[in-house]
Design a protein around this ligand. Structure first.
Ligand SMILES: Nc1ncnc2c1ncn2[C@@H]1O[C@H](COP(=O)(O)OP(=O)(O)OP(=O)(O)O)[C@@H](O)[C@H]1O
Length: 656
């Protein structure tokens, strides 16, 4: 009976869940987490990686199939039901924390992963970007620690949990998420993040009284072990759980050797969890390296453009991309906030300078900036202090590739330059939880389909709607086709999931061509170099000031004006405002539709009013649909002035 169940469970089972994601659960027979490791390893040795063996694990293995069945046909009704956090058996303190954060229902990945992790199983969980994977592992991990703490069973010679992420940005983010939950817990658990930008001295101080949870990068933990800051023997004694978040990216951030260096110190009893947004050979490599007969959870929507995320494309010549993006932004054909991806830092600054000349303010997030600045830019963007963020996401950037080429000629100089300019642990967007990004624009296409998934995943997070627009030049058709094929594979249908962007007409583009070309020509290589230099200088200066300031005033974001103008020249009126006669009626209508839907979505009004110190009002002034005007600001201002003048004239007449 057990055998039959095992075999059934070992085959993938699919089920529709309430929001039509497909959950595939795969489990090995003796997957009872770490208690079965000995039997499992013996079986694995005997039978290779298939681990179909019985033995001790056989009896225990019944848990696996049962667990799998929860994701199987028998559990279909269960699957379609929304699950609240209360039902997941979490610690009261965590439930209170979730309530305080306004979170009530578990997302599908949370609903599936939390019970498995609570049962002590090793889990590989694959789910789309923005699906709530962080809480899917933080909650059960904290639950376990709170339980151990209450029972006085916490071992304290080294951290009890390692959370490994590819970049320092993610260290910060995960640390913040964990702290935000612990804030509401009465039991005192300590979470610390350390990364390679910290000095050994600071790391030692941070780890002097070992935290319960250490969030770090593989490179940093490997370095801590090799320098004796964390002793291998203590890890063996204390570590009860290891989590690899954004696992699909870890190996691409050159972490393989660091992870391998950690493996001998991981105790057999350690439960391992691997979270990822895409599937790849790297995931399998890591799974084999670290996990024991894991339960594999797949929400097959992985990386797919889902219903609430609308992917569009625009075909255009490479040399016209600036013109196209200008038309999209200036004619307000896409919803804010907008995250624009380019493939090199120079392109980012060129675009920023170009847009600036039309009065469109943006900020650039890139590998050259100090870490503080990068974090603050993300915070400021999340706080809606500006609407357009231009980002480079490829940590193997064009500059680096070029530097590698130069490397061959003069290895000493280029390596030094590289170290100074680019931050190897930098991942500007991957995994970062940008808040309320409505549109992602691929100004340059990403180098591979996985890159597309991660970029596009910065919008449509936590079941919000979003859109992505890719500007595809003829040279990029190859990668575009790869992306289309990937999306088709997931969706299992022939038609393309990416459709042409309908709102941008040829007329609209052509109306701006002359100005765009003129302005594009005026952005020289020297300007770009200077802007890049200036930006780093400003940010380095800001960085220290900001660090001190934010330590004291964490809520004060006013200093974070990262979209300051790069040039001090005034913007000519004909570039700042697009003259009415240039905009054809179709574009005007499209722009109005975009504005109306923005107003209807009530994206930014209440917050902006609050920030500006307005008291809440009722009626017309507080209803965005009633107060909304499809006219531009300048026209409204003009009309107001005209109305004012007419009133004055009327008054004069009456008086005379
Ligand atoms: N149960 C929930 N209900 C509502 N919002 C949630 C819930 N769980 C998490 N979120 C929010 O969803 C957003 C995305 O979560 P998270 O960053 O964990 O996604 P992710 O799956 O790790 O994405 P990525 O793969 O891009 O890193 C966050 O802002 C988070 O606060």
């Amino acid at each position: 009976m057990a055998k039959r169940k095992q075999r059934k469970a070992a085959t993938e089972q699919k089920v529709e869940n309430h929001d039509e994601a497909t959950v595939a659960a795969e489990v090995g027979p003796e997957n009872d987490g770490h208690t079965a490791h000995a039997a499992e390893e013996a079986a694995a040795a005997e039978e290779g990686v298939e681990r179909e063996g019985g033995g001790e694990g056989g009896a225990e293995g019944e848990e696996g199939p049962d667990a799998a069945a929860r994701g199987g046909e028998e559990g279909k009704e269960e699957e379609e039901r929304e699950v609240s956090f209360d039902e997941l058996g979490l610690d009261e303190q965590l439930k209170r924390a979730l309530r305080k954060k306004g979170l009530d229902k578990a997302t599908p990945i949370q609903r599936e992963a939390i019970p498995l992790i609570l049962e002590g199983k090793d889990v590989v969980a694959k789910a789309k970007t923005g699906s709530g994977k962080t809480f899917a592992y933080l909650l059960p991990m904290l639950h376990e620690l709170l339980k151990l703490s209450a029972e006085g069973r916490i071992r304290k010679s080294a951290p009890n949990v390692f959370i490994l992420v590819p970049t320092r940005e993610l260290c910060q983010q995960v640390h913040n998420e964990a702290s935000s939950l612990l804030e509401f817990c009465t039991s005192k658990l300590k979470v610390v993040q350390v990364n390679a930008s910290m000095s050994d001295k600071d790391i030692k101080v941070a780890l002097s009284a070992p935290p319960n949870i250490l969030v770090t990068t593989p490179a940093c933990v490997a370095s801590c072990i090799s320098k004796g800051i964390i002793r291998g023997s203590s890890i063996k004694e204390s570590l009860s759980m290891m989590i690899l978040d954004e696992a699909d990216l870890l190996l691409s951030y050159r972490c393989e050797d660091d992870i391998k260096a950690l493996v001998p110190h991981i105790p057999r009893s350690c439960q391992s969890i691997l979270m990822s947004a895409t599937s790849s050979a790297d995931i399998e490599k890591l799974t084999k390296l670290l996990l024991h007969n894991p339960f594999i959870l797949t929400l097959t929507e992985v990386g797919h453009a889902k219903d609430d995320l609308i992917p569009k494309n625009i075909s255009c010549d490479a040399k016209d991309k600036m013109l196209y993006i200008l038309a999209l932004l200036k004619l307000e054909l896409i919803q804010k906030k907008v995250l624009i991806f380019v493939n090199s830092i120079d392109s980012a600054f060129k675009l920023r300078l170009f847009l600036e000349k039309f009065g469109i303010r943006s900020s650039v997030l890139n590998a050259e900036l100090p870490q503080n600045s990068r974090l603050h830019i993300i915070q400021a963007f999340n706080a809606r202090l500006f609407d357009y963020l231009i980002a480079t996401d490829d940590n193997k950037s064009k500059e680096e590739r070029q530097a590698n080429k130069v490397n061959k000629k003069d290895s000493r100089v280029s390596r030094k330059q590289l170290q100074q300019t680019l931050d190897a642990e930098f991942g500007v967007v991957r995994g970062i939880d940008f808040k309320n990004v409505f549109t992602v624009v691929n100004y340059d296409m990403p180098p591979d389909p996985a890159g597309y998934v991660h970029r596009v995943g910065r919008t449509g997070r936590a079941n919000k709607t979003g859109a992505s627009i890719s500007l595809v030049s003829p040279k990029e058709n190859g990668i575009f086709e790869d992306i289309e094929n990937m999306l088709k594979d997931v969706e299992n249908r022939d038609t393309s999931c990416i459709s042409p962007f309908p709102l941008l007409t040829k007329n609209a583009v052509e109306s701006l061509r002359y100005r765009a070309q003129d302005v594009a020509r005026s952005v020289t290589t020297r300007d770009i170099k200077e802007a890049r230099r200036q930006d780093i200088k400003n940010e380095i200066l800001n960085s220290e000031k900001l660090k001190a300031h934010f330590d004291e005033n964490p809520r004060d974001l006013d200093l974070l004006k990262h979209d300051k103008l790069l040039s001090n020249k005034e913007i000519p009126a004909h570039l700042r405002d697009v003259p009415e006669y240039l905009i054809d009626p179709t574009t005007k209508e499209a722009s109005n539709v975009v504005k109306l839907s923005r107003a209807a979505m009530d994206i930014d009004k209440p917050r902006r009013r609050k920030r500006m110190g307005f008291k809440g009002g009722s009626g017309r002034s507080s209803d965005p649909l009633k107060t909304f005007s499809a006219e531009g600001k300048s026209r409204r201002r003009g009309r107001k002035e005209r109305d004012g003048e007419q009133d004055r004239r009327k008054r004069k007449k009456v008086e005379s």
